[in-house]
Design a protein around this ligand. Structure first.
Ligand SMILES: C[S@@+](CC[C@H](N)C(=O)[O-])C[C@H]1O[C@@H](n2cnc3c(N)ncnc32)[C@H](O)[C@@H]1O
Length: 285
């Protein structure tokens, strides 16, 4: 596969791709995402606004596969559900306009489950049908792939060739303990006065647990509904960015630019892909 990685973030699609193909170009408007991508993959994404990308730029690359994770906020359970009319969907709408001009042989769109049945889903389906491509709408969660973390996502997989759904694995998640850092960062612990104010409704898990809720981009500053907090003998703490990265299945040694704040690291991870789940979606192609 000769791949175009659109909304590339940390490079989750690149990690999932492995030796199935080669990324010809990655696009993301975020400087912090691009710096992290470049550090880990030795490859510079293009810092371009996708809502105004000229059709010729895509056509010139000669890619045969598009892998894209457009912003999910317009389709999120906790979002505004504005779908295509949300400004953050502009780039997706533009790419749907470009699709017939430089149609790839294969495409995968990843998003939150609220994408299914949305106007964006309907637009994509209509474009794929017009191009005569086959389409599968898949749903999966890393909790079925041996990861003790919930992150349900949809993958719209399309190809010129007929597609057949693969079974979703059913691997028992290991305990969270297997994903923790060897040495804890004491700064991740909540101060007693913060815990006293915030403990209500907090998703508390212990190292032996085999389940935890989804990390969202605001995990570094929010409490209830932002992700799990770990209860240990020492108190209650956030998971470290490297622990979140491990739960997502990013490669060992995945790192961030030194200068990147803790909040920014969580924001990038909260946008990220579960690598084993994305790899399973690619297995359909
Ligand atoms: C859901 S995240 C994708 C995460 C990615 N798949 C990963 O593995 O980290 C969406 C990304 O799209 C980028 N983005 C959002 N709107 C964009 C636009 N209009 N043009 C280019 N990039 C955009 C954001 O900066 C963010 O990194």
């Amino acid at each position: 596969m000769r791949v175009l990685e659109l909304f590339s973030g940390l490079g989750g699609w690149r990690c999932a791709l492995g030796d199935r193909g080669r990324v010809l170009a990655a696009y993301d408007v975020s400087e912090t995402a691009n710096a992290t991508y470049a550090l880990n993959h030795d490859f510079e994404p293009r810092a371009k606004e996708l809502a105004t990308l000229p059709a010729q730029d895509l056509a010139d690359l000669g890619a045969d596969t598009w892998l894209l994770s457009p912003p999910c906020q317009p389709f999120c359970r906790m979002g505004n559900h504005r779908g295509l009319s949300d400004l953050r969907s502009r780039a997706f709408r533009h790419l749907m306009d470009l699709l017939p001009q430089a149609p790839p042989d294969r495409l995968v769109v990843e998003n939150v489950t609220g994408f299914l049945g949305s106007d964006a889903h309907a637009l994509l389906t209509e474009r794929l049908r017009t191009l005569g491509m086959h389409q599968l709408d898949l749903q999966a969660c890393p909790s079925r792939f041996g990861r003790p973390n919930l992150r349900p996502r949809v993958f719209i997989v399309a190809s010129r060739k007929p597609l057949k759904p693969l079974p979703v694995p059913d691997l028992q998640p290991g305990p969270l303990a297997g994903f923790l850092d060897a040495e804890e960062d004491a700064r991740l612990y909540l101060l007693p006065e913060v815990l006293a104010r915030r403990h209500h409704g907090l998703d508390l898990v212990e190292p032996g647990d085999r389940r935890s809720t989804c990390f969202i981009g605001g995990y570094g500053r929010l409490f209830v509904g932002s992700g799990p907090f770990l209860k240990t003998d020492r108190g209650v703490r956030r998971f470290s960015p490297s622990e979140v990265a491990r739960l997502l299945g990013l490669p060992a040694g995945f790192r961030f630019p030194e200068s990147l704040s803790l909040e920014a690291r969580y924001r990038l991870l909260g946008n990220g892909l579960s690598i084993p789940v994305a790899a399973w979606a690619l297995d359909h192609l």
